[in-house]
Design a protein around this ligand. Structure first.
Ligand code: ADP
Length: 261
């Protein structure tokens, strides 16, 4: 049985097709703001790559920020639920999920069965989200994927003291003018995101194993800074950005089984 999970985020659209709730048949991440055709592209990609057709899909679940206006799913499910399911499936001992996306950051506490028992969220301020990193990468003329490479070369990480993204942007520009090296600036930028989100995580309580999901988890500079902030090892999967889409496809598998039984 094939199921489709679609995660329509603020910054990227993700889609994944799973076979029997286990095997990943195809997945796609398209960088596109919510409300554009990014979601159709992601869906087109997974059908093309898998060779499957719409009618081969037993059940489709949509999740994420843009799920409510998307009409092509059998069910819409919150991204908190889908991230919890996706992460628990990948690492069954995870008790804390730190999900940093394009415009928000969430920390979820899971019980031993992988059910979410508590969460905290920042969706009011760009600091501590992917947006902060996107703005800084733009100033430094770096691709977002290069941030971790630069951060790893730092010798004296810069201190970015401004908590507001707009002020931090000016601070980075003035540090650049004062001769601070790009790797040191990037390490300071990653550190700034990690300390904002670590403070959020401490509010909900940090129980090991801790896992990072969402697009920002792909940045090793932020992961390393987060490990230092929290004093724990962070579990990470290369599929971190797809956890919501996988969770949605797993939810769809469960739902299809209930409908069929
Ligand atoms: P959303 O679901 O809110 O749309 P995502 O979880 O897809 O967001 O995360 C998007 C963020 O991930 C971007 O704002 C960017 O900062 C970060 N990101 C995306 N791709 C990469 C990459 N290759 N390396 C590091 N960070 C990345």
């Amino acid at each position: 049985m094939f199921t489709l999970g679609i995660d329509i985020g603020s910054t990227t659209a993700k889609a994944a097709i799973l076979k029997d709730g286990k095997e990943t048949v195809a997945s796609s991440i398209v960088i596109a703001t919510v409300g554009t055709d990014g979601v159709s592209q992601a869906i087109e990609n997974v059908f093309r790559d898998s060779g499957l057709k719409k009618e081969d899909i037993q059940f489709t679940v949509a999740t994420g920020y843009g799920r409510k206006t998307f009409e092509g799913a059998d069910l819409q499910v919150s991204e908190l639920t889908c991230h919890a399911i996706g992460v628990h499936h990948e690492f069954n001992n995870v008790r804390t999920v730190i999900d940093i996306g394009g415009q928000d950051a969430k920390v979820l506490s899971l019980n031993e069965q992988g059910r979410m028992v508590n969460f905290v969220m920042n969706d009011k301020c760009a600091a501590g989200t992917g947006r902060f990193l996107d703005v800084m990468a733009n100033i430094l003329h770096l691709d977002i994927s290069q941030l971790e490479v630069e951060a790893a070369k730092a010798t004296h990480p810069a201190d970015i003291s401004s908590t507001c993204t707009v002020f931090a942007e000016s601070e980075v520009i003035s540090q650049l003018a004062a001769g601070t090296k790009i790797p040191d600036l990037v390490a300071g930028i990653c550190q700034s995101v990690a300390s904002r989100v670590a403070a959020l995580a401490k509010r909900v309580g940090v129980k090991e194993t801790v896992c990072m999901s969402g697009g920002v988890a792909r940045n090793a500079g932020v992961r390393t800074a987060m490990e230092k902030e929290l004093g724990v090892r962070i579990a990470y999967s290369e599929n971190a950005q797809l956890m919501g889409a996988f969770g949605a496809a797993l939810y769809a598998f469960d739902k299809a089984n209930t409908v069929n039984s």
